[in-house]
Design a binder for this molecule. Sequence first.
Ligand code: FAQ
Length: 330
Amino acid sequence: MYAQMVKSTGQAVRTRDDMTVEERAFQDRIDRGEKIEPKDWMPEGYRKNLIRQIGQHAHSEIVGQLPEGNWITRAPTLERKANLLAKVQDEAGHGLYLYCAAETLGVSRDELFDMLHTGKMKYSSIFNYPTLTWADMGAVGWLVDGAAIMNQVPLQRTSYGPYARAMVRICKEESFHQRQGFQVMLTMARGTKDQKRMAQDALNRFWYPALMMFGPSDKESVHSAQSMAWKIKMNTNDELRQKFVDETVPQAEFLGLSVPDEKLTWNEETEHYDYSEPDWSEFFDVISGNGPCNAERLKTRKKAWDDGAWVREAMLAHARKSRARREAAE
Ligand code: FAQ
């Protein structure tokens, strides 16, 4: 995600004593595991936080099409091209479900796009890295979709109904994406020496950016405490990052590739891998707009929006004419 002009500010979690009667009743519903629906009463902070998270998630899906879209015309076989095309198209669909979920909270799609284009809303840091070789299509599917699934499976149980329901289909599709990425990696890792080198290079470049997808460390996370109290988030950033490392390292071993972390070791006591943290100064740089591709990604999105203006106008004109015709017939 990326927001050059917005600085995150910490949120104090409201205790029961600080809550109004309505807020307490709302928190009780959350604690009982009830779903909150669009017409239900909700605290303004809950609504705003959801718009922030769902909006940023939607933007990530849409901007996330760009690094892979770059390779559709250069896929090595027709089958790979068809798979990649379907995957990139799925990401557009995910963006659309998520924009719909955000709209149920009273924000319009035009407003959300405007916030993306003016740098007031973020999108995932990962999409500000370039995709340099075909092996990157493997690494993106395997690691980026793999990290996305790790984060999104628990979100199927999030407290806001429209968001939770959107996640169900998204997770199914992301699993297919993850497998197609792993399959590309497997083919390359078992291919020629050059192909294996490309697969290793892609893993080297995407490992730490994938770890950054889970957000800053728990001590730096400004939203986690309140978001978890409201079940907007189900796990902390570090919990999910650890889970991702634990699941992904054996997959890298199966591929015969090495994770670029000299400190990576299995810890018998914790039964988790000990691993090196990403370079957090790089992460904060990227989410402040200074990653390798931030400017290019935003320029491409804005151009797509401007080039699509005539389509939006034509569709509105068509809707207006159809309504007028219907009303005249009634
Ligand atoms: N990039 O207080 P926290 C995908 C920001 S979908 C950029 O910990 P939070 C599918 C954060 O917004 C990938 N910014 O924040 C696909 C906040 O700034 P703000 C997207 C980040 O929200 C695959 C500040 O740092 N998934 O990949 C990042 O509690 C392949 C403080 O952080 C979702 O959006 C980051 N990585 O936790 C598509 C899932 N991390 O808003 C195409 C839903 C943090 O105050 C191809 N979102 N920040 O200005 C979430 O679960 C959460 O929002 C987190 C961040 C975990 C991402």
